[in-house]
Design a protein around this ligand. Structure first.
Ligand code: PMP
Ligand code: GLN
Length: 388
C-alpha cells in the first residue's frame, strides 16, 4: 500500500460495528439512527427514480437542491447564499471535507484542528501532504461548564505555514457547541494569520436548550474565509444517502468545486431531488427532531449515570462521552472491547480521535450514541447496570 494509507487500517466505526454484530451487542458505537427519515422524503426519492431522474446530475449539484440549501441557510441563519456561485453538492460531508482540503491546502502547509477530531480529518490532512497541528479540548471542570480550549494553546498552534482551521460545531464526540465568544476569538486569530476555516456542521439541528447553533460563516470576519460543510444524514436520519454540501464565498467555493469535479464529479441524482424536499420541510419537522433527541439524550444520560459512569451532558450532536477511569481498565480500547464482548454493548474508544501526543486524554473516555429507539437505549442501560 502507498505510504499515505499505511497509518490508516480499518476505521474504528467499521471495527466496532462488526464486533457488535459478532457478539450480539446493542450498538451504541457507530453513529447512525436505527430509525429511518420521513416517509415523504423516502417516497420523493422513489418517485425521482421511477420518473427517470437517473442520469448524472449537474456537477455542482442539482439546481433545485442548491436553491433549497440557500433557502435553508436564510431560514435558519439569516445567511445570504447564492445557489449558483456559493454551493457545491457532494457525496456526504465526508467528500466535502476532502474536497475542501484538496482545494485549499498545499503539501507542506499546516492545518489546525481540535482534539478529539472526527477521524477523516486526520486521514485527509495526510492525503493532501499537509501537517496537522492538534489542540485538545479540555473536559468540563470547576471553572468551565462545558468542554473548552486554552486560547494560548490555540495561538501557539498557528504559524505562518497555517492554511486552514478545521472547526466542528456541534462537536463529535464531545457534544460541545462553540459559543459566539469562542468563534470570535478564533475568527480574529484566523484573520491575523490569513487562515481559512472549514466549519463542519453536520449536527447543526441536534442542539439542546439553552445551547444554540451559531454558523461561524455568519460572524463578521469569518464570512469571507469560511467553507461551511454539512449534510442531510443526521438531520433527516438518512445517513446511508450520503448527500452533503459545501457553502462558501465564490473564490473558495470555486477552489472546492475544482477538486469535487475530479473526486466524484456528481452526487446520486434521485437522492438530490429528495434532499431538496427534505430541506424544505416545515419548521415543525426540525423542532420535533430536536425535541425527540433531547428526550433520548436525557434517557441515556440518566441510564449511564445509574450504571455508575460519570457522563458529560452534551450541548449538541447525538453522542455522550463518559469518564471510565474508575472502571479498572488499562485504557478506553480495553474497556470498549470488554463492553462489547462481555457486557453486550458497543461504544467507541475516543483515543483514536487524538494524535499521538494527546492520545492519553482519550484513554479515560468512552463514546455512546443515543440516535437509537428508546427500547434499544433501555436495553443497553439494562445490560450496563447488570454488567459493569
Ligand atoms: N463530520 C462529522 C463530525 C461526522 O460525525 C460525520 C458523520 N459521522 C461526518 C462528518 C460525515 O458525514 P456524512 O455521513 O454526511 O459523510
Ligand atoms: N459519523 C459517524 C460516527 O461518528 C460514523 C461515520 C462513519 O462510520 N464513518 O460515529
Amino acid at each position: 500500500a502507498a505510504q499515505r494509507v499505511t497509518r490508516f487500517a480499518t476505521t474504528v466505526f467499521s471495527e466496532f460495528s462488526a464486533l457488535a454484530a459478532r457478539h450480539g451487542a446493542v450498538n451504541l458505537g457507530q453513529g447512525f439512527p436505527d430509525f429511518d427519515g420521513p416517509a415523504a422524503i423516502k417516497e420523493a426519492a422513489q418517485r425521482a427514480i421511477r420518473d427517470g431522474g437517473n442520469q448524472y446530475a449537474m456537477g455542482a449539484g442539482a439546481r433545485e437542491l442548491r436553491v433549497a440549501i440557500a433557502e435553508h441557510s436564510a431560514r435558519f441563519y439569516g445567511q445570504t447564499v447564492d445557489p449558483d456561485t456559493m454551493v457545491t453538492v457532494t457525496s456526504g460531508a465526508t467528500e466535502a471535507i476532502l474536497d475542501t482540503l484538496l482545494g485549499l491546502v498545499d503539501p507542506g502547509d499546516e492545518v489546525v484542528a481540535f482534539e478529539p477530531f472526527y477521524d477523516s480529518y486526520d486521514a485527509n490532512i495526510t492525503f493532501v501532504g499537509a501537517t496537522a497541528r492538534f489542540v485538545p479540548l479540555r473536559p468540563p471542570d470547576a471553572d468551565h461548564a462545558q468542554w473548552w480550549f486554552d486560547r494560548d494553546e490555540v495561538r501557539a498552534a498557528f504559524s505562518p505555514r497555517t492554511r486552514l482551521l478545521i472547526l466542528n460545531t456541534p462537536h463529535n464526540p464531545t457534544g460541545k457547541v462553540f459559543t459566539r465568544d469562542e468563534l470570535t476569538f478564533l475568527g480574529e486569530l484566523c484573520a491575523e494569520f490569513d487562515v481559512k476555516v472549514l466549519s463542519d456542521e453536520v449536527y447543526e439541528h441536534l442542539v439542546f436548550e439553552p445551547a444554540r447553533h451559531l454558523r461561524p460563516a455568519t460572524l463578521p470576519g469569518l464570512a469571507e474565509r469560511t467553507v461551511t460543510v454539512s449534510s442531510g444524514g443526521k438531520t433527516f436520519s438518512l445517513t446511508g444517502w450520503k448527500v452533503g454540501w459545501v457553502i462558501a464565498p465564490p473564490p473558495l467555493r470555486d477552489a472546492v468545486q475544482r477538486a469535487h469535479q475530479f473526486v466524484t464529479f456528481a452526487t446520486a441524482a434521485p437522492l438530490q431531488a429528495a434532499m431538496a424536499e427534505a430541506l424544505r420541510l416545515p419548521d415543525a419537522y426540525f423542532t420535533e427532531l430536536t425535541a425527540s433527541y433531547a428526550a433520548k439524550r436525557e434517557r441515556l444520560l440518566t441510564g449511564l449515570r445509574e450504571a455508575g459512569l460519570t457522563a458529560f451532558a452534551p450541548e449538541g450532536s447525538y453522542f455522550i462521552l463518559a469518564d471510565i477511569t474508575r472502571q479498572g481498565f488499562a485504557d478506553d480500547v480495553a474497556f470498549c472491547r470488554h463492553l462489547v464482548s462481555k457486557v453486550g454493548v458497543a461504544a467507541i474508544p475516543p483515543s483514536v480521535f487524538y494524535g499521538p501526543a494527546h492520545r492519553h486524554l482519550g484513554q479515560g473516555l468512552a463514546r455512546f450514541a443515543f440516535c437509537k429507539t428508546d427500547a434499544v437505549l433501555d436495553e443497553a442501560v439494562r445490560r450496563l447496570r447488570a454488567g459493569l
